[in-house]
Design a protein around this ligand. Structure first.
Ligand code: KG4
Ligand code: ZN
Length: 343
């Protein structure tokens, strides 16, 4: 089965061609530079950029895959959650393509796609979804907009365990970075600077670490960094101190993410943990999750770095699984679901 998949939920215009579990092509056009000027994603600009980029990115994905539109068996797109106008661009284009080709259309929940992205692995020079080795797992999704723990009992069956009640982990990286005058998005830079810093230099709170729920909260941590910088303004003139600050903030975020994920896995009796979303690129998080899982004898699957951030390949892979499982498809005039919460 050959599918064209489109992802435009936020600031990445991405199109992929997927065939029989294999990612034939996955093109991502990032808008990070455009939004950096404004210190965050500007929804209206994002939608306009998607409009500008979608057709060239789709053409490039088809060309790279060596597939013509006549060879497509289905078209898929992210239906939600995401920025309404951004979602509309990819979703309506995909529906129109499915209509014109008279092929099935699959609307995908962006977070559900993240749940299965860690099962897409590098085989030779391509990415292939391998569900033959699927294990029930607890999946951590950590991005700029979301932090959540989901129990994935079997393929296409999951239950939300907890989410963030305020800022997402990526947002916490970005906002604390902004307090340190780092450019947006600060997450990758904090990751780099933290390498040269001492994580025990400053003590920041680990919000909800000992709370019984699987929920997260990071706004208190951000506020405590704000007060700390207010009280020690000279610190920002010292590169070593900035590195210490980055390492101290990062260790607090990572500790909460890792401990709560492992605890959720143990409580739910699963022997596998997966992680995806932009923050999964963070080296300390990858390292600490690996260490904790080894300690507990839990299998760990981290999404491939190129699939951590938003991409259409994961949308296409999930859409294909849904088609193979004969999941009922939405009608072609179905609308986007910007606030679609994972059940
Ligand atoms: O999944 P993603 O591309 O998308 C959205 O939420 O839209 O994630 C982006 C987030 C940003 O907050 C960024 O700062 C964070 O992921 N991020 C990182 C790293 N790379 C990306 N945070 C910490 N360390 C990193 N290496
Ligand atoms: Zn995402």
């Amino acid at each position: 089965m050959t599918l064209l998949a489109i992802e435009t939920s936020c600031d990445e215009t991405s199109v992929a061609v997927v065939r029989d579990g294999k990612v034939l092509s996955g093109i991502v056009s990032s808008q990070i530079k455009l939004h950096a000027e404004y210190g965050g994603v500007v929804p209206e600009l994002a939608a306009r950029e998607h409009l500008r980029n979608l057709i060239p990115v789709a053409q490039s994905a088809l060309r790279t895959a060596g597939i013509s539109v006549g060879q497509l068996d289905a078209v898929a797109a992210t239906q939600g959650p995401g920025l309404p106008n951004a979602l509309l661009v990819g979703f309506k284009a995909a529906q129109a393509a499915a209509f014109a080709l008279n092929k099935p259309f699959v609307g995908i929940n962006h977070h559900e796609a993240h749940l299965y992205s860690p099962w897409i692995v590098r085989g030779g020079d391509s990415l292939v979804a391998d569900f033959t080795v699927f294990q029930p797992n607890v999946s951590l999704i950590v991005s700029g907009g979301h932090t959540m723990l989901v129990l994935v009992q079997s393929e296409l069956k999951h239950r939300m365990l907890g989410g963030t009640i305020d800022d997402a982990a990526g947002e916490c990286f970005d906002k604390t970075g902004k307090l340190m005058s780092l450019p947006y998005p600060a997450g990758p830079l904090i990751d780099q600077l933290a390498e040269q810093g001492n994580p025990a230099a400053f003590d920041f709170p680990r919000p909800l670490l000992h709370d019984a729920s699987d929920d997260f909260s990071f706004s208190g941590l951000k506020t405590s960094v704000r007060y700390f910088i207010r009280d020690h303004p000279a610190l920002l003139n010292d590169r070593k101190k900035i590195c210490d600050l980055c390492a101290s903030v990062q260790v607090a975020i990572v500790e909460v993410l890792v401990k709560k994920t492992i605890r959720a896995a143990k409580r739910n009796g699963v022997r596998c943990v997966t992680a995806s979303g932009g923050v999964t690129c963070n080296r300390a998080l990858r390292h600490e999750l690996t260490r904790a899982c080894e300690c507990e004898g839990i299998a760990l699957r981290l999404a491939e770095k190129s699939l951590c951030t938003d991409n259409a390949a994961m949308i296409g892979i999930l859409a294909e699984r849904k088609l193979l499982a004969n999941v009922p498809l939405p009608p072609l005039d179905e609308e986007i679901k910007p606030g679609w919460v994972l059940a």
